[in-house]
Design a protein around this ligand. Structure first.
Ligand SMILES: Nc1nc2c(ncn2[C@@H]2O[C@H](COP(=O)(O)OP(=O)(O)O)[C@@H](O)[C@H]2O)c(=O)[nH]1
Ligand SMILES: [Mg+2]
Length: 586
């Protein structure tokens, strides 16, 4: 958007309202939108001396600033018109027209001086417009600028550092003195001279130290000092006296040729020689900066202070450096927003991204800041960036913690459920529980982008589940002990049974043996009895046999004896002895 598009005509920038200066917000809004470097041309002079007409010429428009008695002339103060610079592309020409100076209806000439001072402080070219000639009245009016010496002194009483008043003067605007309806001939002592020589001559210092000479010299010295670069343009009366009041409606051919040419020369000088408004520190003024200057100066004046350039520059530096800090922080946020995906795997990863963005942010700050001499703004930026670093680190931890908690819930949830349902309430259950835990830990470790809280969160989780693990272990141990007891009892019982069986077997064996022995015994007895019987029978038989044999033998003997006896009886039949013997034997 060009400046022209948003400024089709002039508007009031500072209104002088009953001794109070009021800055117009609409005008500030327009100013602040202009980023181009500005050439600021202000015009000051008594009312109805053709100032507005001349400014319209600079704007290249027949109409703009109100010429004659109009609304504008009732609005005292400074009017502004920003137009594209006709000769310098990319630059804006700011025309500042002043209203009400030397107005007979006004009794407060202090305000005149304030408007005067503002026009000087805000402009890079200061046009002082007077009528007819350079006279003492005009010089005295400009001498009001001597009040600006107070301004400089006030400034000097502040910490000026290495700069002195001369440096400050170099930031004063160039002076262009315009003399309207110039009726003198440009010659001195019969010698032709230029308008500039006329000006120099008018401001020449007289020799002498008497009071009169001092009074004569004071305003001239003052003007010489504060406006080392000066230029003078003289203008003929533009047209016939009758037509002069409708000047803006006249065509060029109705104007004096000289006047038209003089306006052209003046305009050409302004377009080619007027510089960009520069502030101490080589700061080029753009819309935002001009806005800041307006606000600071008007504020100072309204507070009863003298408008001070150094303060304005400080305020500007403050404002721009604050904006530079904001811009740098916004750039940092933007970069971090693009590059950082929370949570980062490591803290280092985040710190590296922070540092890279911080470097870029400081670069942006450096590009946009000025006169941050004690680096207080850069320090502030660093503090804010450090705070941002802390914030994002904290955020990184939180995001990581949240993600890890969610992951742990997902991964370990089924295990917790299984524990609740008693899956691990069995002998050896604790081992299984630990095995499962290890398995799930491995699964957890495999999950990407857990962030820096991964281990911490896991350890915390595991710690929180220690009681569960203990409970599973206790249940496991209790059940295992019982089982062991049962097993032992079973083994004991089995051993007892086996022993009993063994003893029974032994008993049975013994019994068998005893029975066998008994049987054998009985058998033996029986055998013995048989043997005995046999023996007895045999003996009997033997005895019987022997008896029989004895008997036989005896029988035989007997018989033999009988026979013998018989023989003897026979022989001794008659003896008794024989008979007794026989009886004895029988
Ligand atoms: N005599 C004379 N009148 C002028 C000149 N330029 C403009 N005027 C007229 O003087 C009157 C006041 O002009 P204006 O530009 O409003 O003066 P301002 O009050 O200083 O802004 C108007 O009627 C103009 O037509 C000039 O160079 N000489
Ligand atoms: Mg005017």
């Amino acid at each position: 958007m060009t400046s022209e598009t948003y400024m089709p005509g002039p508007m009031c920038l500072i209104e002088n309202m009953e001794g109070q200066l009021v800055v117009k917000q609409e005008a500030l809004q327009i100013l602040s939108a202009i980023t181009q470097p500005m050439v600021v041309v202000a015009i000051v002079g008594l009312y109805r001396t053709g100032k507005s007409y001349l400014m319209n010429q600079l704007a290249g428009k027949k109409q703009g600033f109100s010429v004659g008695t109009t609304v504008q002339s009732h609005t005292k103060g400074i009017w502004m018109w920003c137009v594209p610079h006709p000769e310098k592309p990319g630059h804006t020409l700011v025309l500042l027209d002043t209203e009400g100076l030397g107005d007979v209806e006004k009794d407060d000439d202090k305000n005149d001086t304030q408007i005067f001072a503002l026009a000087i402080l805000l402009s890079s070219t200061f046009v002082y417009n007077t009528m007819n000639k350079i006279d003492q009245g005009a010089i005295d009016l400009l001498h009001n600028v001597t009040e600006l010496t107070d301004l400089l002194r006030a400034r000097k009483s502040l910490d000026l550092g290495h700069e002195d008043a001369d440096d400050i003067v170099s930031f004063f605007p160039d002076l262009v003195w315009t003399i309207r309806d110039f009726y003198l001939s440009l010659e001195i002592d019969g010698q032709l001279m230029t308008a500039d020589e006329y000006l120099e001559n008018s401001l020449k210092i007289k020799k002498g130290s008497d009071q009169r000479t001092q009074t004569f010299n004071l305003p001239r010295l003052c003007i010489q000092k504060f406006f080392p670069t000066k230029k003078c343009f003289v203008f003929d009366t533009p047209t016939h006296q009758k037509k002069v009041s409708q000047l803006e409606t006249l065509q060029d051919d109705e104007l004096s040729l000289e006047f038209v040419q003089q306006v052209a020369e003046f305009s050409s000088h302004i377009f080619t020689k007027s510089k960009i408004k520069i502030l101490p520190g080589g700061i080029k003024v753009n819309g935002l900066r001009l806005e800041s200057l307006v606000l600071t100066y008007v504020n100072a004046i309204n507070n009863g202070d003298l408008p001070c350039m150094e303060n304005a520059v400080l305020a500007l530096a403050q404002r721009e450096n604050s904006a530079a800090v904001e811009k740098a922080l916004a750039h940092y946020d933007q970069l971090m927003g693009q590059k950082v995906q929370l949570p980062t795997e490591t803290l280092q990863e985040l710190l590296d991204l922070h540092r890279a963005s911080e470097r870029e942010a400081i670069k942006i700050f450096t590009e946009n800041s000025f006169k941050d001499e004690d680096q207080s703004f850069q320090k502030e930026l660093k503090t804010l960036l450090d705070a941002k670093q802390n914030d994002i680190c904290k955020q990184n931890e939180e995001v990581s913690s949240d993600r890890c908690s969610a992951l742990l819930r997902d991964i370990f949830g089924p295990l917790e459920e299984a524990v609740k349902q008693g899956v691990y309430s069995k002998p050896g259950g604790h081992n299984l529980y630990l095995q499962k835990t290890e398995e799930l830990k491995a699964k957890y470790h495999q999950q990407p982008r857990k962030g820096i809280q991964a281990e911490e969160a896991l350890q915390k989780y595991l710690k929180s589940k220690e009681s569960v693990s203990k409970a599973v272990l206790q249940t496991d141990q209790a059940l295992t002990a019982k089982e062991k007891e049962m097993k032992e009892a079973r083994i004991k019982a089995e051993a007892a049974k086996a022993e009993a069986e063994r003893l029974e077997a032994i008993r049975r064996q013994k019994q068998q043996m005893m029975e066998e022995r008994e049987r054998l015994h009985q058998q033996q007895i029986r055998q013995m009895e048989i043997d005995k019987a046999n023996f007895q029978a045999q003996q009997q038989r033997e005895q019987e046999r022997r008896l029989q044999e004895e008997a036989q033998r005896l029988k035989l003997i007997h018989q033999a004896q009988i026979a013998r006896f018989q023989a003897q009886i026979q022989q001794l039949q008659s003896t008794r002895l024989s008979h007794n013997l026989i009886h004895l034997i029988l």
